[in-house]
Each structure stands twice: as C-alpha cells, then as structure tokens.
Design a protein around this ligand. Structure first.
Ligand code: HAM
Length: 412
C-alpha cells in the first residue's frame, strides 16, 4: 500500500471547512487593504532562491526539493517572496503598475525533519508590498498581519520586532559579532559553530539556551545602525503605538533569510511548542534590484497555515448546512429523483442523493452525517400526489410540498 511522503498531509474534506474559512477571511481582509492576488508557479529555477535567500541560509543549504532537468536545476519553491519579486520584474509590473500590493496563498516545500508544526509541504498565506521604502508601509503590513489573525479568531499571539539596518549596517554588525565571538565560539552549539563561518548573525537567534546566554549581552542596535535606519525603526514603532498594536522589541531577532534589511518581525504563539512562529516577515530593500529590477524597497510577511490551524484549534467552524438530501423509495421514484435533483441543482440548490440503495433509516443517518439541512423523501405515494415530503433536519418537522413549489420552498 502506498503512503504519503513523511512531512506531507492529506487535507481531508472535514478539515477543509476550517481551511476554507481561513482562506475566505484572508481574501476579505486583503481586499480591505487593497492587496491583489498573484499566483506564481510552484516550480522555479533553483538559482532564484540561492541568490535571494543566500547560499548560507538553512533552506538553500539543506532544505531544497531539487529537480534536475538535463542541465537545468529547478526546485519546488521553498517560499514565495523571491518568486513574487521575480514575477514583478519579469512581468514589468514596475513599469505598468509601479507600486504593487500583492497577496498569495499556496503550498511551499522544504526538506526539513518533520515534527509538530514542521512539514515538508506546508502552506503560506502572505503578501508583498513592492515599490516603497516608507516606514508607514511596514506599519500597514504589520497591522494587516494583526488584522488577519483577528479575522482567523486566533488570540494569544505575540509580535516580536527588530531592525537589522541597511546592507552596510548588516556588514558592520556581522564583522563586530565575529570579533566579539571569536575567542568563545568553541563554547557554542555545533550548529552555531557552522553559523560562525557561514552566517554569523544567525547565532543571535539560536534556540539553544547556552548559546542564548553567551550572546545575551551583545546589544548592537545603537552601535551599528546608521541614522536613517534608526529613524526608520523609530517611525515603525511610533506607527504601531499609534494603532495600539502590542509588540515586543526583540533585539536578537535576525531571521534566516539573507534578503532582509531594516524591519524584521515574527509572530509567535504559545500552543505551538518548539516551532512557535505562526508567521514572519520584514523588509527587503535590496532584493528587487539584486534580481534585476529597479532600486525600490519592499516589505511583506507570510503565515504558515498549518500552524495557524493549531493556534486556532479551539475555534469552532460550523459544518456548512445547506445541503438537501434526496431519498427515493422504489424504482419509479428513483427515476423521477434523477430529474428532480438535476432541476434543483440547476436552480442553485446544493443537493445529493443515495447511490447505495440504503434502507430509509441508514439513508437518514447518512443525510445527518453529511450535515444536510433538509431531507427530501420521494416514494410512490408522493409521486401519485405530485408532492415531495420535506423534513427539516434541525426541527425534525416534516411537511408535504407540491413538486412544482419545491424550488421556491427550499430557496426561502
Ligand atoms: P518563513 O519564516 O520562512 O518566512 O516562513 C513563514 C512562516 O511559514 C513561518 O513563520 C511558519 O509559520 C511557516 N513555516 C515555515 N516553515 C515551515 C514548515 N517547514 N512547516 C510548517 N510551517 C512552516 C518566509 O518564508 C518569508 N518568505 C516571509 C516573508 C514574506 N518575508 C517577507 N515577505
């Protein structure tokens, strides 16, 4: 028997009720903020991510789903920011639309070791606002993330925010941190020792408590941020204060992707265990230019849908109760039933019928399992009287409805 690949999930119809409610709420909120949907392909050139996320990022180092096609190397996208910037440039949106506010949802792929909240195929709902370096846009994007969580009925989350400064500030910081840790690097975890060589900033947000203690005193913001980046961060913080959005300044938050500059943020939730980020994002002012586009700033974020669902686990989503379920008794009624459900569906009424010739009792049970709002019973008696017996599943009441009145009756 075949089994799904470890770290992937079948999302079954019952679970999809909650998925859809999140997706629909997201569409409404994105429209409120005037973001337009974009759907880039799931397969891209691997080089796009090597270039954007950085050769030393964990994703590029060990998590890419690579596909060799003759002499070209493709990959299943591990994230969408780079794809969207590519699409923005390739489709000349910079020239035709200019400043663009885009949102997306769909699967991402990372060859990680699966655990709670960490999958190899998972889903993002996210957005990218491309074409402005204005601090007010960082505030809008964070307010949008907050609004989305509220619309998903997720509560108890924490917004952590930091700034990495511009490219030059990051370089200065990298150098200073390397100098600072040089003598003590042997005391850090194995992963941090590799990070020291490849991406020293990531040592700052290592989860290992010993490493945390070792870097606890390293405060860099005042030392390495240029004046403009300091002002930008102050404006973002003042903007969040003005909107009453709670946050915590997390001086050691650096994020694992190379493209970030200035604002970075992460939203965590206590119900998630070790993988506690339900979403994350930040500014990437150099990426559009690095990928061949104009020199414009951009900012965005993505939520992990599977993690949102864990955080929203207590939220009840009602089964959709609009189905009419037809039970026919006898051959003549069965024939008439085919015509009847065809007519009902053509009038926009969702309906289904029993294809397994069950007894009326088990067909009723099936209707209940499906969450039917009404059951329509059609037997020889009803056929003769040109009526259908309509049973309301909530109240249990039933009544005969003339066949030619049925659509009208079900629509009210
Ligand atoms: P990221 O932090 O890599 O950022 O992913 C965003 C969110 O996706 C995480 O906070 C987490 O909820 C979820 N996630 C990540 N990896 C997994 C996994 N293996 N299994 C389940 N969920 C996962 C980005 O991808 C950036 N592109 C976000 C962004 C957009 N920055 C700017 N614009």
């Amino acid at each position: 028997m075949f089994k799904k690949i470890s770290g992937t999930k079948d999302i079954l119809p019952d679970e999809l009720i909650q998925w859809r409610s999140i997706e629909e709420a997201a569409r409404t909120v994105f429209a409120l903020y005037n973001y337009k949907e974009i759907r880039p392909p799931l397969v891209e050139e691997a080089a796009l991510f090597n270039r954007s996320l950085g050769q030393s990022s964990e994703i590029v180092q060990k998590q890419m789903f690579l596909i060799q096609n003759k002499d070209e190397l493709y990959c299943l996208r591990p994230e969408a920011t780079a794809s969207i910037v590519r699409a923005y440039i390739e489709n000349n949106l910079d020239k035709t639309v200019g400043f663009s506010k885009l949102y997306y949802s769909g699967p991402m792929f990372r060859l990680e070791r699966p655990q709670k909240g960490r999958l190899r195929q998972f889903h993002h709902i996210g957005c990218e606002a491309i074409g402005s370096a204005d601090a007010a846009l960082d505030v809008e994007v964070i307010a949008l993330a907050d609004k989305l969580l509220k619309s998903f009925s997720v509560s108890g989350y924490k917004l952590k925010i930091n700034t990495l400064g511009c490219g030059l500030d990051k370089q200065k910081l990298t150098g200073a941190l390397r100098d600072h840790l040089k003598g003590a690097i042997g005391d850090f975890c194995e992963e941090c020792q590799v990070r020291f060589e490849q991406n020293v900033l990531r040592i700052l947000d290592c989860k290992n408590q010993k490493c945390r203690d070792l870097v606890a005193g390293f405060d860099f913001k005042d030392l390495y941020l240029c004046g403009e980046c300091k002002t930008h961060f102050q404006e973002v913080i003042a903007g969040l204060d003005a909107l009453g959005i709670p946050y915590e300044i997390a001086g050691h938050l650096v994020r694992g992707l190379d493209y970030y500059t200035r604002t970075v943020f992460e939203i965590t939730h206590g119900d998630l265990g070790a993988q506690d980020a339900i979403g994350a994002g930040g500014r990437y002012n150099n990426l559009v230019k690095e990928l061949g586009g104009p020199d414009v700033g951009a900012v965005g974020f993505a939520f992990g849908v599977e993690r949102l669902l864990i955080a929203a686990a207590g939220v009840k989503t009602d089964k959709e109760k609009h189905l009419a379920y037809l039970i026919t008794l006898g051959d003549a009624a069965k024939k008439e039933g085919v015509r009847l459900i065809y007519a009902l569906r053509n009038s926009g009424i969702a309906c289904d019928t029993d294809y397994e010739s069950r007894s009326i009792k088990s067909a009723m049970r099936r209707a209940d399992d499906l969450g039917a709002a009404v059951v329509l019973i059609l037997g020889d008696d009803e056929l003769n009287k040109k009526v259908v017996m309509v049973k309301d599943m909530k109240s249990g009441q039933q009544k005969e409805v003339p066949t030619d009145q049925l659509i009208k009756e079900l629509k009210c």
